[in-house]
Design a protein around this ligand. Structure first.
Ligand code: ADP
Length: 453
């Protein structure tokens, strides 16, 4: 028994004995008892006091210990005090309230674990901040973004963007119930985010707080920039031949109105410009069609060798005009490959035409095909000036050209390799480019077998 409880028991017992002594002394004083009788009555009072108060005192001590344990969050059941019936009743009531408290605590714990799991399942980073902008909760995505030790620190330690912190302040101060802030973050501010901040009023009675989720807009922003670039490039490409056409029309109507020689010359140039615009529009349409279909599975080509031989034959006149020689060889029988003939025709036609265009005048363009352990590979090699290494990774971007003037003079649109890349993406194929300046370039296409083969 603890010291305090023991003194409590002794105190109660002494009080009972003292009251017995007072009664005995009173009886002696009034002559009702002899000295012996008074002494006997006093002893009886002490014994009676002990018998009646000791169980009460012990029960009280046990109940006190029990309620203290409950108060301290002890959940293991403690022995009940049952020396008196009142003590037993109190103990039972205490046990019942302890059970209820335990059940509520357990339910609260489960709820808090559930809430934590739900917040962790939110894929976007989520932060809860208190009125001082200290982070009181961060889900897994938030910790992955700014580090696991953010809880307990101020938001400004993770985000240095004043516009974001101002947005949080606006919500916390009650000036607005929610706010949305776009900001750049990451190394060299490479990523774009939109923060949505909402007010949480008196969470758990703990005063105002705000919840902030971050949405990564980087991919959308890049797409927007790409689209804007694309529109600018496409209009620029169309505007140049159009301006030239308008210029020649004005010349034909004015100074060259009665000059048949100049008229013939200008009409030839106009035809060339009109053809260029047609090619550009065709390439733009074909690129947009390929992009639309990019995620639907392509068909397949069973006889790739015959398809390649046919393309080489069709391009004979183009090669002869350069002049260049096309040499096609197929080392091993080719398997069926992913991609319907129409799509593969565009791939190889673009690559062979490029080999002719940028290859050496009077040179040879070789087309070699072979089966590989997992599909087929086709390499187109020319003997041209080659491509400086720095340009190679960007060649498949739309309108990217090593030498814009040269490409235009040769009738290029700057879209051929972009079309090739998109078709190969759809066919789950690959394109690799190697080049040696002054010696030539090789474009290798790898195509996998059809999925169902
Ligand atoms: P273009 O219509 O300009 O030929 P492409 O998309 O087919 O457009 O090619 C993009 C650029 O890549 C070309 O402008 C050219 O600079 C370069 N290129 C493509 N093929 C070759 C090649 N075989 N040799 C050298 N440069 C090439």
């Amino acid at each position: 028994m603890p010291e305090a409880d023991r003194s409590h028991v002794i105190g109660l017992t002494l009080a009972a004995a003292a009251s017995g002594l007072v009664v005995s002394a009173g009886a002696l004083a009034f002559g009702a008892f002899t000295l012996w009788q008074a002494a006997l009555a006093a002893v009886a009072a002490i014994i009676l006091g002990l018998i009646t108060t000791l169980p009460w005192a012990r029960d009280a001590a046990a109940l006190r210990a029990r309620s203290r344990a409950i108060g301290e969050g002890e959940s293991a059941p403690l022995p009940a005090a049952r020396r008196t019936s009142l003590g037993g009743d109190l103990a039972r009531a205490l046990i019942e309230s302890q059970r209820r408290v335990n059940r509520s605590l357990q339910a609260l714990k489960e709820r808090s674990v559930k809430v934590e799991r739900v917040l962790d399942a939110v894929p976007e980073p989520l932060f809860v901040v208190d009125i001082r902008q200290d982070v009181t909760h961060a889900n897994q995505a938030a910790e992955a973004l700014v580090g696991p030790s953010i809880v307990g620190r101020t938001l400004a330690e993770a985000f240095r963007q004043p516009e974001l912190l101002d947005g949080v302040e606006t919500v916390l101060s009650g000036a607005a119930p929610k706010a949305s802030v776009d900001f750049e973050a990451g190394s060299a501010q490479g990523r774009s985010y939109r923060a949505i901040i909402g007010r949480l009023e008196r969470v758990g009675g703990g005063g105002e707080a705000a919840v902030m989720t971050l949405h990564d807009l980087t991919a959308i922003r890049r797409l927007e920039a790409l689209r804007a670039d694309f529109v600018a490039n496409a209009s620029h490409e169309l505007r140049t031949p159009l301006a030239s056409l308008v210029g020649f029309i004005e010349t034909l109507e004015g100074p060259a109105k009665y000059d048949p020689e100049a008229q013939a010359k200008f009409l030839g140039i106009m035809r060339e410009q009109a053809n260029r615009m047609t090619r550009l529009v065709q390439d733009l349409l074909s690129l947009s069609r390929i992009e639309l279909d990019e995620h639907s599975p392509p068909g397949h080509t069973d006889d790739l060798e015959s398809l390649l031989a046919a393309i080489v034959a069709q391009l004979g006149p183009v090669a002869a005009a350069r002049p260049a020689t096309l040499e096609f060889s197929c080392a091993t029988p080719l398997p069926a490959v992913m991609g319907e003939p129409d799509l593969l025709q565009q791939v190889f036609q673009n690559l062979i035409e490029n080999g002719v265009k940028y290859g050496k005048s009077g040179g040879v363009v070789t087309i070699t095909a072979a089966a590989t352990p997992d599909g087929a590979s086709i390499t187109i090699t020319d003997q041209g000036e080659g491509i400086p290494a720095a340009h190679i990774p960007r060649l498949t971007e739309r309108f990217y050209r090593v030498d814009v003037a040269r490409s235009r003079n040769l009738g290029g649109t700057g879209l051929g390799l972009a079309i090739v890349k998109h078709i190969l993406n759809r066919c789950r194929g690959e394109l690799s480019i190697t080049s040696k300046t002054g010696e030539g370039s090789s474009f290798t296409v790898w195509l996998p077998p059809p999925i169902d083969s």
